[in-house]
Design a protein around this ligand. Structure first.
Ligand code: BEZ
Ligand code: FE
Length: 254
Protein backbone atom coordinates (compact mmCIF):
# COMPACT_ATOMS: atom_id res chain seq x y z
CA UNK A 1 0.00 0.00 0.00
CA UNK A 2 1.22 3.50 -0.86
CA UNK A 3 2.78 5.18 2.22
CA UNK A 4 0.26 8.01 2.68
CA UNK A 5 -2.67 5.60 2.23
CA UNK A 6 -1.14 3.27 4.81
CA UNK A 7 -0.74 6.22 7.22
CA UNK A 8 -4.37 7.20 6.72
CA UNK A 9 -5.47 3.60 7.22
CA UNK A 10 -3.44 3.18 10.44
CA UNK A 11 -4.51 6.53 11.94
CA UNK A 12 -8.17 5.93 11.16
CA UNK A 13 -8.02 2.37 12.47
CA UNK A 14 -6.41 3.43 15.75
CA UNK A 15 -8.87 6.30 16.18
CA UNK A 16 -11.86 4.04 15.50
CA UNK A 17 -10.61 1.65 18.18
CA UNK A 18 -9.92 4.47 20.68
CA UNK A 19 -13.28 6.16 20.07
CA UNK A 20 -15.24 2.91 20.43
CA UNK A 21 -13.38 2.25 23.70
CA UNK A 22 -14.13 5.78 24.94
CA UNK A 23 -17.85 5.38 24.19
CA UNK A 24 -18.14 1.84 25.47
CA UNK A 25 -16.43 2.58 28.80
CA UNK A 26 -17.58 6.19 29.35
CA UNK A 27 -14.11 7.78 29.48
CA UNK A 28 -14.35 11.19 31.22
CA UNK A 29 -12.69 14.50 30.29
CA UNK A 30 -10.63 14.24 33.45
CA UNK A 31 -9.36 10.79 32.41
CA UNK A 32 -8.58 12.07 28.92
CA UNK A 33 -6.59 15.03 30.29
CA UNK A 34 -4.72 12.75 32.70
CA UNK A 35 -3.85 10.43 29.79
CA UNK A 36 -2.66 13.29 27.58
CA UNK A 37 -0.62 14.71 30.47
CA UNK A 38 0.95 11.27 30.99
CA UNK A 39 1.85 10.95 27.29
CA UNK A 40 3.37 14.44 27.36
CA UNK A 41 5.56 13.39 30.29
CA UNK A 42 6.53 10.16 28.53
CA UNK A 43 7.70 12.21 25.52
CA UNK A 44 9.60 14.71 27.67
CA UNK A 45 11.32 11.89 29.55
CA UNK A 46 12.24 10.16 26.25
CA UNK A 47 10.37 7.03 27.37
CA UNK A 48 8.17 6.42 24.30
CA UNK A 49 10.04 3.22 23.39
CA UNK A 50 9.99 2.06 27.01
CA UNK A 51 6.22 2.60 27.09
CA UNK A 52 5.81 0.49 23.95
CA UNK A 53 8.08 -2.15 25.56
CA UNK A 54 6.19 -2.47 28.86
CA UNK A 55 2.84 -2.51 27.05
CA UNK A 56 4.08 -5.46 24.98
CA UNK A 57 3.67 -3.58 21.70
CA UNK A 58 7.38 -3.72 20.76
CA UNK A 59 7.50 -7.51 21.05
CA UNK A 60 4.14 -7.91 19.27
CA UNK A 61 5.40 -5.88 16.28
CA UNK A 62 8.75 -7.72 16.27
CA UNK A 63 6.85 -11.04 16.26
CA UNK A 64 4.78 -9.86 13.29
CA UNK A 65 7.90 -8.74 11.38
CA UNK A 66 9.25 -12.27 11.82
CA UNK A 67 6.02 -14.22 11.38
CA UNK A 68 7.26 -15.44 7.98
CA UNK A 69 10.67 -16.65 9.21
CA UNK A 70 11.31 -20.24 8.13
CA UNK A 71 10.59 -22.95 10.71
CA UNK A 72 13.64 -23.90 12.74
CA UNK A 73 15.32 -20.51 12.89
CA UNK A 74 16.07 -18.94 16.25
CA UNK A 75 13.19 -16.73 17.37
CA UNK A 76 13.93 -13.05 17.00
CA UNK A 77 13.50 -10.50 19.77
CA UNK A 78 13.65 -6.75 20.32
CA UNK A 79 17.06 -5.08 20.46
CA UNK A 80 16.37 -3.17 23.69
CA UNK A 81 17.95 0.10 24.78
CA UNK A 82 21.55 -1.02 25.36
CA UNK A 83 23.03 -2.07 22.01
CA UNK A 84 26.22 -0.20 21.06
CA UNK A 85 29.08 -1.07 18.71
CA UNK A 86 31.40 -3.60 20.34
CA UNK A 87 35.11 -4.27 19.93
CA UNK A 88 36.11 -7.56 18.25
CA UNK A 89 36.68 -10.40 20.72
CA UNK A 90 38.69 -13.56 19.91
CA UNK A 91 36.60 -16.72 19.81
CA UNK A 92 36.94 -18.17 23.33
CA UNK A 93 37.85 -14.73 24.69
CA UNK A 94 36.43 -13.06 27.76
CA UNK A 95 33.93 -10.23 28.22
CA UNK A 96 35.20 -9.71 31.76
CA UNK A 97 38.47 -8.90 33.57
CA UNK A 98 39.89 -11.27 36.19
CA UNK A 99 38.74 -8.95 38.99
CA UNK A 100 35.12 -8.73 37.79
CA UNK A 101 32.66 -10.00 40.42
CA UNK A 102 30.14 -12.72 39.53
CA UNK A 103 29.87 -16.38 38.62
CA UNK A 104 32.06 -17.26 35.63
CA UNK A 105 30.03 -18.62 32.72
CA UNK A 106 31.26 -20.04 29.43
CA UNK A 107 28.65 -19.49 26.72
CA UNK A 108 29.06 -21.49 23.50
CA UNK A 109 27.03 -22.47 20.50
CA UNK A 110 26.91 -22.95 16.77
CA UNK A 111 25.79 -20.52 14.08
CA UNK A 112 24.05 -22.45 11.32
CA UNK A 113 21.41 -22.17 8.63
CA UNK A 114 17.97 -23.75 8.83
CA UNK A 115 19.21 -26.59 6.63
CA UNK A 116 21.84 -27.43 9.27
CA UNK A 117 24.93 -26.07 7.48
CA UNK A 118 27.52 -24.37 9.70
CA UNK A 119 27.97 -20.66 9.01
CA UNK A 120 31.61 -19.65 9.19
CA UNK A 121 32.69 -16.02 9.81
CA UNK A 122 29.33 -14.86 11.12
CA UNK A 123 29.66 -11.82 13.38
CA UNK A 124 28.13 -12.61 16.78
CA UNK A 125 27.68 -9.46 18.85
CA UNK A 126 26.81 -10.08 22.50
CA UNK A 127 26.00 -7.58 25.26
CA UNK A 128 24.77 -7.94 28.79
CA UNK A 129 24.46 -6.44 32.25
CA UNK A 130 27.22 -6.96 34.83
CA UNK A 131 26.69 -8.87 38.09
CA UNK A 132 25.01 -5.76 39.55
CA UNK A 133 22.43 -5.69 36.75
CA UNK A 134 23.91 -2.66 34.97
CA UNK A 135 24.94 -2.20 31.34
CA UNK A 136 28.03 -0.14 30.57
CA UNK A 137 25.80 2.57 29.01
CA UNK A 138 24.19 3.06 32.45
CA UNK A 139 27.52 3.85 34.13
CA UNK A 140 28.69 7.25 32.84
CA UNK A 141 32.05 6.98 34.63
CA UNK A 142 33.18 4.03 32.49
CA UNK A 143 35.73 5.11 29.91
CA UNK A 144 35.37 2.18 27.50
CA UNK A 145 32.71 -0.39 26.52
CA UNK A 146 32.31 -3.30 28.96
CA UNK A 147 30.37 -6.58 29.03
CA UNK A 148 30.01 -6.61 25.25
CA UNK A 149 32.02 -7.96 22.33
CA UNK A 150 31.89 -9.05 18.68
CA UNK A 151 32.98 -12.64 17.99
CA UNK A 152 33.53 -14.35 14.65
CA UNK A 153 32.24 -17.91 14.22
CA UNK A 154 34.84 -20.55 13.31
CA UNK A 155 34.82 -23.05 10.40
CA UNK A 156 32.28 -25.23 12.24
CA UNK A 157 30.10 -22.20 12.96
CA UNK A 158 31.22 -22.34 16.60
CA UNK A 159 31.43 -19.35 18.91
CA UNK A 160 32.42 -19.22 22.58
CA UNK A 161 33.01 -16.54 25.19
CA UNK A 162 33.65 -16.34 28.91
CA UNK A 163 31.55 -13.93 30.94
CA UNK A 164 29.76 -13.56 34.28
CA UNK A 165 26.21 -14.83 34.68
CA UNK A 166 23.99 -11.76 34.39
CA UNK A 167 21.30 -11.31 37.08
CA UNK A 168 17.66 -10.36 36.56
CA UNK A 169 17.51 -6.55 36.59
CA UNK A 170 15.08 -3.68 36.98
CA UNK A 171 14.22 -1.65 33.91
CA UNK A 172 14.24 2.17 34.21
CA UNK A 173 11.77 2.98 36.98
CA UNK A 174 12.33 6.66 37.85
CA UNK A 175 10.06 8.22 35.20
CA UNK A 176 6.43 8.19 34.03
CA UNK A 177 6.58 4.60 32.72
CA UNK A 178 7.88 3.40 36.09
CA UNK A 179 4.99 5.22 37.79
CA UNK A 180 2.52 3.61 35.39
CA UNK A 181 3.81 0.13 36.30
CA UNK A 182 3.50 0.99 40.02
CA UNK A 183 -0.04 2.30 39.51
CA UNK A 184 -0.96 -0.93 37.70
CA UNK A 185 0.61 -3.03 40.45
CA UNK A 186 3.16 -4.38 37.97
CA UNK A 187 6.80 -5.13 38.80
CA UNK A 188 9.89 -3.71 37.03
CA UNK A 189 12.01 -6.85 36.51
CA UNK A 190 13.42 -8.63 33.49
CA UNK A 191 14.67 -12.21 33.74
CA UNK A 192 18.44 -12.51 33.32
CA UNK A 193 19.52 -12.60 29.69
CA UNK A 194 22.32 -11.98 27.20
CA UNK A 195 21.56 -10.05 24.02
CA UNK A 196 22.72 -11.18 20.56
CA UNK A 197 22.93 -9.59 17.13
CA UNK A 198 24.18 -12.00 14.47
CA UNK A 199 25.09 -11.02 10.92
CA UNK A 200 26.39 -13.13 8.06
CA UNK A 201 26.41 -12.53 4.28
CA UNK A 202 23.46 -14.26 2.61
CA UNK A 203 21.42 -14.40 5.83
CA UNK A 204 18.90 -12.20 7.61
CA UNK A 205 20.30 -10.40 10.64
CA UNK A 206 19.17 -12.13 13.84
CA UNK A 207 18.54 -10.00 16.93
CA UNK A 208 17.64 -12.08 19.95
CA UNK A 209 18.37 -12.85 23.62
CA UNK A 210 19.10 -15.99 25.62
CA UNK A 211 17.47 -16.58 29.02
CA UNK A 212 18.35 -19.13 31.72
CA UNK A 213 16.05 -21.80 33.09
CA UNK A 214 15.10 -21.49 36.74
CA UNK A 215 14.96 -17.69 36.61
CA UNK A 216 12.16 -16.46 38.91
CA UNK A 217 11.04 -13.84 36.37
CA UNK A 218 10.66 -16.20 33.39
CA UNK A 219 7.06 -16.03 32.23
CA UNK A 220 6.72 -12.62 33.89
CA UNK A 221 9.13 -10.33 31.99
CA UNK A 222 8.34 -6.60 32.47
CA UNK A 223 8.78 -6.09 28.70
CA UNK A 224 7.14 -9.39 27.59
CA UNK A 225 10.27 -10.48 25.70
CA UNK A 226 10.90 -13.87 27.38
CA UNK A 227 10.18 -16.71 24.97
CA UNK A 228 10.31 -20.41 25.91
CA UNK A 229 12.44 -21.28 22.85
CA UNK A 230 15.11 -18.80 23.95
CA UNK A 231 15.73 -20.40 27.34
CA UNK A 232 18.86 -22.46 27.96
CA UNK A 233 20.23 -24.35 30.96
CA UNK A 234 23.28 -23.32 32.98
CA UNK A 235 25.32 -26.45 33.71
CA UNK A 236 26.97 -25.86 37.09
CA UNK A 237 28.57 -29.32 37.28
CA UNK A 238 31.76 -27.87 35.82
CA UNK A 239 34.01 -24.88 36.43
CA UNK A 240 33.36 -22.46 34.87
CA UNK A 241 29.61 -23.08 34.52
CA UNK A 242 28.48 -23.60 30.93
CA UNK A 243 25.53 -22.60 28.78
CA UNK A 244 24.84 -23.53 25.16
CA UNK A 245 22.89 -21.36 22.75
CA UNK A 246 22.80 -22.14 19.03
CA UNK A 247 21.93 -19.46 16.51
CA UNK A 248 19.95 -20.60 13.46
CA UNK A 249 19.73 -17.95 10.74
CA UNK A 250 17.14 -17.48 8.01
CA UNK A 251 18.38 -17.04 4.43
CA UNK A 252 18.29 -13.48 3.06
CA UNK A 253 14.95 -12.49 1.62
CA UNK A 254 12.95 -15.01 3.67
C1 BEZ B 1 16.38 -4.68 28.16
O1 BEZ B 1 16.64 -3.96 29.14
O2 BEZ B 1 17.03 -5.66 27.85
C2 BEZ B 1 15.16 -4.34 27.38
C3 BEZ B 1 14.39 -3.32 27.80
C4 BEZ B 1 13.27 -3.00 27.05
C5 BEZ B 1 12.95 -3.73 25.93
C6 BEZ B 1 13.76 -4.76 25.54
C7 BEZ B 1 14.88 -5.07 26.26
FE1 FE C 1 18.84 -6.38 28.49
Amino acid sequence: MEQSKRLEFVVEGVLDAVKSFVREHGVTEQELLATLGFLTEVGKADECILLSDVLGVSVAVNDLEHAGDPPGCTPSNVIGPFWAPAAPLDNGGSLVDDNESGERLMVAGQVRSVDGRAIEAATVEVWQANANGLYDLQIPALDHPRWRGALTSDASGGYRFLTVTPPPYRIKDDGPVGRLLDALGRHHYRPAHIHYRVTAPGFETLVTMVFFSGDPWLGNDAVHADKPNLVTVIDRSCEPARAQFDLVLAPSGS
